[in-house]
Design a protein around this ligand. Structure first.
Ligand SMILES: Nc1nc2c(ncn2[C@@H]2O[C@H](COP(=O)(O)OP(=O)(O)O)[C@@H](O)[C@H]2O)c(=O)[nH]1
Ligand SMILES: [Mg+2]
Length: 451
C-alpha cells in the first residue's frame, strides 16, 4: 500500500548507512525531501518533516540509528493529529456517523466498507440511504447492504434527506443498533446548496462524528476540499478512498497534517474488505518496511472463525481436506482483502514480495479454474473426487468449460497438495493451508507467520 514511499525512505536511509558525517546526513535529507515531494506529499508537510528530522538527528549525533529514530518519531508526529483514531464508539449508542464528500468520491462504497468492518467486529450496524440526489444512489446502497448482510433504512417515497436521517436514527435507537452510518448526497464541486443540506442533516441528527471521504486520485485537491468541508460544516475524520489507484500515495502522509483532522481509514479497492484502519504508529512501522503485526493480528482475528479453523486443521492432519473445505477457506481469505493489503503488514515482506504483491489471488486463473471445476462437481464428489470416472469427467468438462486434461491436472495437484499439507500440518492450520495453496499455485507463495 505504501510501496513507493517505503522505497524512498529506504533509499534515504541507505545514504547515511556507513558514513556518519554532516555531508551524508544532508545527502540523506535531500534524498528524502526529493522523494517525498515526488510521491506528492504536500510541500509544507515535507518541509516540516525534513527540517525536524535533520534537527533531531544532529541533536542525537549523526548516524543511521539516530536518523532512523528521528524519522520514526517525526513521521509519527506528522501523522498524528488531534482527534480520534480508527472507529470510536459513543458511550450512548447508536454511534451516529454522517458520511460526506463530493460526488463520486466513494461515500456509498465506503459506507458499506465501514459497515462491513464493524459487522466483522460483531457490531449491529444500520446504514441509511439519505442520498436522494441521484436515483441510483439508494439502489446502490441497497445492493451493498444486501451483499454484506447489513440492515438498511430507506424510504422510496421520501424526498427529504433530513426525514430519512431522522427516521433511521429513530429506528437505530429503538432497535438498539450499535452504529448508524448515514450516506449523504455529494456534488461535483462544493456548492452552497449541498453545504446547507448537510448542515441541516447535521443539526437534525447531531452525529457523533462527520467523516469526509476524499478521493486520493484528486491529489492535493483532496486536501483542499477537505479543508473547505472542515470550515463549512466541521469534520472529525478523513477517509481516503481509491488509494489503490494512487501510485504516489503521498496524500496519506500530508492530508491530516494539512487539514488538521485525523485520517481514520484508507480505502484500497472496490470490494467491501478493502478498507484499512489508519493508526499512525502502525502506519509508520509499515512505511519503514517493518510491517504491522498488530494490524494483521487484529484483521485476521476479525475474519477467522477459530472453531472452523480448528476443524480444518484436524481435517488436514487426517488428510481429509476436500474441495468443500477449500471453498470455505477461499471465502475466508477473500474476507481478509487483497493479498497486496496483507503483504505490507508482514515485516520485511513488502520489499521482497515482488510479483506476489500484484497477484489478485481470488481472480487468478488457477483459482478461477479450480472454482469452475468445483462448481460442476456434486457435493459428494467434492468430498471424494475419486468418485468421478472418465465419463463423469467428460460431462464435467462440458459443464465447467475446462478440458479433461485441465481437470485431471487440478485433481492431481489437489491430491498432492492435500498429502503435502497433511505432512506439514504439525505446524498448524494456517501454515498447512498456506503450503497447500502454494502447492496448488505451483509453489512460490510465502508462508504467513504463525498465529
Ligand atoms: N479502486 C477503488 N475504487 C473505489 C474505492 N472506493 C470507491 N471506489 C469506486 O468509486 C466509484 C464511486 O464510488 P461511490 O461510492 O458511488 O461514490 P459516491 O458518489 O461518493 O457515493 C465507484 O465505482 C466505486 O466502486 C476504492 O477505495 N478503490
Ligand atoms: Mg453515493
Amino acid at each position: 500500500m505504501f510501496d513507493s514511499i517505503t522505497g524512498s525512505i529506504v533509499n534515504a536511509v541507505n545514504k547515511i548507512r556507513h558514513k556518519d558525517d554532516v555531508a551524508s546526513l544532508s545527502r540523506a535529507i535531500s534524498e528524502l525531501k526529493k522523494s517525498l515531494l515526488k510521491a506528492d506529499v504536500h510541500h509544507k508537510t515535507t518541509k516540516d518533516l525534513v527540517t525536524a528530522i535533520e534537527l533531531e538527528t544532529k541533536k542525537n549525533g549523526i548516524g543511521q540509528d539516530s536518523f532512523l529514530k528521528a524519522l520514526r518519531d517525526e513521521l509519527t508526529k506528522i501523522l498524528t493529529t488531534d482527534g480520534k483514531q480508527g472507529f470510536v464508539f459513543s458511550s450512548t449508542p447508536p454511534t451516529t456517523i454522517l458520511m460526506t464528500g463530493l460526488q463520486g468520491s466513494g461515500k456509498t462504497t465506503t459506507t458499506g466498507k465501514l459497515a462491513n468492518y464493524l459487522k466483522l467486529r460483531k457490531k449491529k450496524v444500520l446504514v441509511a440511504a439519505a442520498d436522494l440526489q441521484r436515483l441510483a444512489a439508494v439502489e446502490q446502497l441497497k445492493q451493498i447492504a444486501a451483499q454484506i448482510e447489513v440492515d438498511i433504512y430507506f424510504d422510496d417515497n421520501e424526498t427529504d434527506p433530513i426525514k430519512i436521517a431522522l427516521a433511521a436514527q429513530e429506528k437505530a435507537k429503538k432497535e438498539l443498533y450499535d452504529v448508524l452510518l448515514i450516506d449523504t448526497a455529494g456534488r461535483l464541486a462544493i456548492d452552497e446548496e449541498l453545504m446547507l443540506q448537510l448542515e441541516n442533516v447535521k443539526k437534525a441528527v447531531n452525529p457523533d462524528e462527520i467523516f469526509y471521504v476524499a478521493d486520493s486520485l484528486t491529489g492535493h485537491d483532496a486536501t483542499k476540499t477537505a479543508t473547505t468541508f472542515k470550515e463549512k460544516i466541521g469534520i472529525d475524520g478523513v477517509i481516503l478512498s481509491k488509494y489503490d489507484g494512487d501510485t504516489k500515495g503521498g496524500v496519506a502522509i500530508s492530508i491530516s497534517h494539512q487539514v488538521g483532522v485525523p485520517l481514520r481509514f484508507i480505502g484500497i479497492g472496490e470490494k467491501m474488505p478493502d478498507l484499512e484502519v489508519f493508526i499512525p504508529d502502525r502506519i509508520v512501522s509499515r512505511l519503514m518496511g517493518a510491517g504491522d503485526i498488530e494490524g494483521l493480528a487484529e484483521k485476521t482475528a476479525a475474519v477467522i472463525d477459530e472453531k472452523k479453523a480448528k476443524e480444518v486443521t484436524k481435517k488436514i492432519k487426517k488428510g481429509e481436506f476436500n474441495f468443500n473445505d477449500f471453498l470455505d477457506q477461499l471465502s475466508m481469505m477473500s474476507k481478509l482483502g487483497s493479498m497486496k493489503s496483507i503483504i505490507g503488514m508482514i515485516p520485511g515482506l513488502s520489499q521482497m514480495a515482488g510479483p506476489i504483491k500484484d497477484m489478485d489471488f481470488e481472480n487468478s486463473d488457477e483459482i478461477k479454474r479450480i472454482k469452475a471445476l468445483i462448481g460442476s462437481m456434486t457435493p459428494k464428489e467434492r468430498e471424494e473426487p475419486d468418485l468421478m470416472n472418465p465419463s463423469r469427467k467428460k460431462r464435467i468438462a462440458k459443464g465447467s468449460g475446462l478440458s479433461e486434461v485441465q481437470i485431471n491436472k487440478i485433481l492431481k495437484q489437489f491430491k498432492n497438495a492435500s498429502k503435502m499439507a497433511k505432512k506439514l500440518s504439525s505446524k498448524g492450520g494456517m501454515k498447512g493451508l498456506q503450503n497447500m495453496l502454494s502447492q496448488m499455485q505451483g509453489g512460490g507463495m510465502p508462508n504467513l507467520p504463525k498465529r
